[in-house]
Design a protein around this ligand. Structure first.
Ligand code: FMN
Length: 162
C-alpha cells in the first residue's frame, strides 16, 4: 500500500471551541486515510511548514481582534520580514475562522492569517470560512459546508479517498 498522504490540522483557540472543531475535522480526515497531527499552532514545529503540502487552520479571534494565546508565537514567526515571499509555495491550505459578528473586528485573526499565508506564496484551496457565534446554528452553519468543499477539492488531488 502506498504511504498515507499527509494533512496537518492546526488551531488557535482561547476557550477550546476552535480546538474541538479542529479535532473533529482531524478525525474525519484520518478516517479518509490522511495522516498528520492536530495541534495548537504554537505546539507545531513551524520549520516543518515549508515542507507541508496540505493544511487546515482553525483560527479563533480573541480579545479585540487578537490572536489566541496558543498561536501567538507561530503568528509572530510568520510576520518576520526576512521570510522570502515564496516560503510556503508547496502549501495548499484552508482557513476556518471562528468569530462573533457582535465584535467590531469580526474574525480578524483568521483573516490576517489567510492573508499572510497568501503573501508567503501558499495556495488557498478555498476561500476563508467565517464562522459566526451569532448564527442560529452557531459555528456549524459555516463549518459543515466549508469542510465539505475543502474535502471535495482535496479529492481532486487524491481521487482514491472516499
Ligand atoms: N470574535 C471576533 O470575531 N472578534 C473579536 O474581537 C472577538 N473577541 C472576543 C473576545 C472574548 C473575550 C471572547 C470570549 C470572544 C471573542 N470573540 C471575538 C468570539 C470568539 O472568537 C468566538 O467565541 C470563538 O468561538 C472562540 O473560539 P475559542 O473557544 O476557540 O477561543
Amino acid at each position: 500500500m502506498s504511504e498515507q498522504p499527509r494533512l496537518v490540522v492546526l488551531y488557535g483557540s482561547q476557550t477550546y471551541t476552535a480546538q474541538e472543531i479542529a479535532e473533529r475535522i482531524w478525525r474525519i480526515t484520518k478516517v479518509l486515510g490522511f495522516r498528520g497531527p492536530v495541534q495548537a499552532m504554537d505546539d507545531y514545529p513551524i520549520s516543518r511548514l515549508i515542507k507541508e503540502e496540505f493544511a487546515i487552520f482553525v483560527c479563533a479571534t480573541s480579545g479585540q481582534g487578537d490572536e489566541p494565546d496558543n498561536m501567538k508565537r507561530f503568528w509572530k514567526f510568520l510576520l518576520r520580514k526576512n521570510l522570502p515571499a515564496n516560503s510556503l509555495v508547496r502549501l495548499k491550505f484552508g482557513v476556518l475562522g471562528l468569530g462573533d459578528s457582535s465584535y467590531l473586528k469580526f474574525n480578524f485573526a483568521g483573516k490576517k492569517l489567510h492573508k499572510r499565508l497568501l503573501q508567503l506564496g501558499a495556495t488557498p484551496l478555498l476561500d476563508i470560512g467565517l464562522c459566526d457565534y451569532q448564527h442560529d446554528m452557531g459555528h456549524d452553519a459555516v463549518t459543515a459546508p466549508w469542510l465539505k468543499q475543502y474535502l471535495a477539492i482535496l479529492k481532486q488531488y487524491y481521487p482514491h479517498i472516499e
